[in-house]
Design a protein around this ligand. Structure first.
Ligand SMILES: Cc1cc2nc3c(=O)[nH]c(=O)nc-3n(C[C@H](O)[C@H](O)[C@H](O)COP(=O)(O)OP(=O)(O)OC[C@H]3O[C@@H](n4cnc5c(N)ncnc54)[C@H](O)[C@@H]3O)c2cc1C
Length: 465
């Protein structure tokens, strides 16, 4: 599907012809999502270089009735940045400027700045960014804001929402709204930046972000601890959260099948001679050496089989690699059916059993690889060996999660991949309010059509004409 006549040349006059890609060889990387499972054929990729270019491009697309999909690093795992055939992709990666942090640890970054660039700038000034995740070299702060990304330090610092002080954003008609440097207290009605956090590109384009950094702990230590039950690992996290002194920075869980696949993929030795069923990664940090605290937790924890500890940076990175390599290993051996669920805290063991039963009910010999953020009971559930029944597996597992009162998407968002199941986590009344919010921000419904909210019956009928 082509863009309306004249639109792309008008857009090229704004951003320069070199920043408008239409050659399929060049657009392919933008048209396909990170998992390789979702793709569309965009009418063009427009690489904007400033807020004012972004504003002009959205104004031109809006006036021409041209649907737009916003894209950052394209590492999202629910196809929210993947176009439908004929959409224009507006890529924000060139908005990659960032300021130095001020004395209070705040800095302003362009939406296309990568997480790794922010981490590097923060470190150079004695600060740290409170969110970390394995896609750091490509994921952009704009995309992470639009998905309210979580990651491995949520137990310590919260998700993206907790790091954001203000936003500049551009409405679908090109209007720029600057809420970057708002006062610390400002109760003048609905909080618009807050609505954009987690909006998945459906409401407006985020162009700049004001971030609050945190002070890094002077000392860190990481332990991998083996257990024979998930309940023992959960009890250990509780123990690790309650002590005084160095604080828990991360509490990640892995299981024997996933760890074995990671070791084979990385060609590294397993961390334990006798592989335990459940492996917990704990990281502590503080102004005092956390090794004593870690040893204390390991000594008091129930059902500990084995443990390895590292406090130097190479040793810590080596232990983290077992956990972080799960996603890339799965992409290499899969792609799996990827699900990202949250369970009620007390129902983790029951939840895993229910998900296994649900998946095996559809494909008896499918394999579940589970890992995730244990403090938030957030599990990444990957089902291998179910290529021929992806939708049915997802449906069965997500229904099992919803039946236990869990969330069908804990931190990845809904995107295009999970819209069909939104109703399992949100009531009809809530979906009505979400639709109202969408209409208020983007009345012509030009941004990210089909992302987050399922098409309404009337829209589906329109599409079929
Ligand atoms: C190896 C790996 C590990 C990951 N680990 C985690 C994890 O631990 N925790 C976690 O939460 N996520 C994780 N993710 C997924 C995570 O959501 C993305 O990495 C990141 O948040 C998306 O950033 P992006 O720039 O790639 O966004 P994209 O993929 O480009 O876009 C994501 C969504 O945001 C929208 N969007 C992008 N930029 C903007 C903007 N400027 N304004 C408005 N909307 C915009 C898009 O339209 C889309 O809906 C992981 C992904 C990978 C590949």
């Amino acid at each position: 599907v082509d863009a309306p006549p004249g639109l792309l040349s008008d857009v090229a006059a704004v951003v320069g012809p070199a920043q408008v890609l239409v050659d399929p060889a060049l657009t392919a990387a933008y048209d396909t999502d990170w998992t390789g499972l979702f793709r569309g054929r965009s009418a063009a990729v427009v690489r904007v270089g400033s807020t004012s270019e972004l504003s002009s491009v959205l104004r031109l697309c809006g006036a021409a009735g041209q649907p737009v999909v916003l894209q950052g690093g394209n590492t999202g795992l629910v196809a929210g940045a993947t176009p439908r055939d004929g959409d224009v992709i507006v890529s924000l990666r060139r908005l990659a400027h960032l300021s130095d942090p001020d004395a209070g640890g705040q800095l302003t970054v362009g939406a296309g700045t990568t997480l790794a660039a922010v981490q590097e700038r923060a470190r150079a000034f004695g600060w740290e960014f409170g969110v970390d995740l394995a896609a750091r070299d490509s994921a952009t702060i704009g995309g992470m804001t639009a998905t309210n990304a979580g990651g491995v330090n949520v137990v310590r610092h919260g998700s993206m929402r907790a790091q954001i002080r203000g936003l500049e954003f551009v409405l679908a008609d090109g209007t720029v709204i600057d809420r970057l440097n708002r006062p610390a207290k400002d109760n003048t009605g609905y909080d618009l930046p807050d609505q954009l956090i987690g909006s998945e590109g459906t409401l407006a384009a985020i162009s700049r972000i004001r971030l609050q950094l945190v002070r890094p702990p002077r000392h860190r230590a990481v332990a991998l601890i083996g257990f024979d039950s998930l309940a023992a690992a959960v009890a250990t996290v509780q123990l690790a959260r309650t002590g005084e002194g160095p604080q828990l920075q991360a509490a990640e869980v892995m299981f024997a099948p996933g760890l074995a696949l990671v070791c084979a993929y990385l060609r590294v030795a397993a961390p334990f001679a006798q592989p335990p069923q459940v492996v917990l990664l704990l990281e502590f940090g503080g102004s005092l050496d956390p090794l004593g605290q870690l040893a204390d937790v390991v000594a008091k924890a129930p059902g500990v089989g084995d443990a390895v500890v590292a406090d130097d940076s190479a040793g810590r990175a080596r232990l983290w690699r077992y956990r972080e390599a799960h996603t890339e290993m799965l992409a290499a051996v899969g792609p799996p059916v990827k699900l990202d669920v949250a369970l009620p805290a007390g129902l983790l063991t029951e939840g895993i059993t229910a998900m296994e039963q649900a998946a095996h009910g559809v494909v008896p010999d499918s394999q579940l690889v589970v890992f995730g953020h244990l403090a938030e009971a957030n599990l990444h559930v990957n089902v291998l060996g179910a290529d021929h029944a992806r939708e049915q597996i997802a449906d069965a597992v997500l229904r099992a999660v919803a039946a236990l009162g869990g969330s069908i998407s804990a931190e990845h968002g809904v995107g295009r991949a999970k819209t069909g199941w939104l109703g399992l986590s949100r009531s009809p009344a809530e979906v009505r309010v979400l639709r109202g919010i969408k209409r208020a921000w983007d009345p012509a419904s030009l941004l990210a059509a089909g992302v987050l909210l399922p098409a309404e019956v009337s829209e589906m009928n329109d599409d079929s004409h």
